[in-house]
Write a protein that binds this ligand. Structure first.
Ligand SMILES: [Ca+2]
Ligand SMILES: [Ca+2]
Ligand SMILES: [Ca+2]
Length: 327
């Protein structure tokens, strides 16, 4: 996720927040063979929009990581080094045996990861307005003798456990987009998230994806919530599924979100994408020709496998708190 903001200079109480949430399938230059993707699967359209005093946020985690025991390509940095993404030049999942993360101690899930989020639940007017769950994977077997997903036919399902509600719930997608063996799925989970406590540890599990070289999987929750201490915002979640590849940049038009009639305003955006290797660059994300970047998503390598919020990296065990004072 990446954000971009401008400081407000005046007392405008109206802000505009754009959350272009979507799966951008692809990598940087030369990362994939042209035959492995289609140029465009589904264009971006609004999934949800609301005007409210509040905020939209995004958090989630991956369910695959490099193996420390099964070898990939020779000559690469260690898996631990690769995870830290501090090595130069950076590396990619292409060169490692990617295996499942499974942290929940629950034998009913073959992969699982969590994300702990702190909502401002004590604020006046706090209320979950909308919650969408997105997940992604590649159901085929990866390199280095990896395995295919346990059951590719169930890629339209995953398990979600929210704080304050006991046990996993099976979530079935209302939208599945595919490109070969790669896919992205969406489900509206507003009812479930509203049943929970809001703040706490969320678990995503049983995401159908393969293991081995160049395999990936992950999930993200996008939540719009009301908070009377926030400015009025126009919040829109778009989704779609498109491949970005060498020589095939994608552009799309977004519309339907509001800005103040006059005066300064600020905007923030977030994105959920897959196969954005940090190794492959340059790649960019632009809005109206303006390159989007922050401390964790450089202007020349936006799709870099980072998990962050407002430029702050999120690692395993990080508790994510809605940024205070963000306008
Ligand atoms: Ca498990
Ligand atoms: Ca890759
Ligand atoms: Ca990249």
């Amino acid at each position: 996720m990446v954000s971009k903001e401008r400081r407000r200079l005046f007392n405008w109480r109206t802000g505009a927040v754009l959350f272009a949430s979507a799966t951008v399938l692809g990598t940087g230059l030369g990362a994939m063979t042209a035959s492995s993707v289609q140029a465009q699967v589904r264009s971006y359209t609004p999934r949800f929009k609301v005007q409210a005093r509040g905020r939209t946020t995004i958090f989630g985690n991956a369910v695959t990581t490099c193996s420390t025991t099964i070898a990939g390509s020779s000559g690469q940095p260690s898996c631990d080094t690769a995870r830290n993404a501090t090595v130069t030049p950076a590396t990619a999942n292409n060169f490692y045996f990617m295996e499942y993360v499974d942290i929940d101690g629950d034998g009913s899930t073959f992969n699982s990861s969590s994300s702990t989020y702190t909502f401002p639940t004590a604020h006046a007017g706090f209320n979950i307005i909308w919650a969408g769950l997105y997940w992604t994977g590649d159901t085929s077997a990866g390199g280095f003798s990896g395995s295919a997903a346990p059951n590719a036919a169930l890629r339209n399902r995953m398990s979600l456990k929210v704080p304050g509600v006991a046990g996993y719930q099976t979530i079935t997608a209302s939208q599945v987009d595919t490109s070969g063996n790669r896919y992205s799925a969406f489900a509206d989970v507003t009812t479930l998230v509203k049943q929970g406590s809001g703040t706490g540890e969320y678990f995503g599990a049983n995401i159908q994806t393969g293991t081995g070289g160049d395999r990936y999987g992950g999930w993200v929750l996008i939540v719009a919530y009301a908070d009377d201490t926030e400015v009025m915002r126009s919040m829109t979640i778009f989704d779609g599924y498109q491949a970005i590849n060498s020589g095939s940049p994608q552009s799309f038009t977004i519309s339907g979100f509001l800005t103040p009639e006059s005066g300064p305003f600020e905007a923030a955006m977030g994105a959920f994408s897959s196969e954005g290797d940090v190794f492959y660059q340059p790649d960019q994300f632009l809005i109206n020709g303006q390159v989007v970047s922050d401390a964790t998503n450089p202007s020349n390598n936006f799709f870099n496998s980072s998990n962050s919020l407002y430029g702050q990296g999120i690692t395993t065990g990080t508790t994510i708190t809605t940024p205070g004072g963000r306008r």
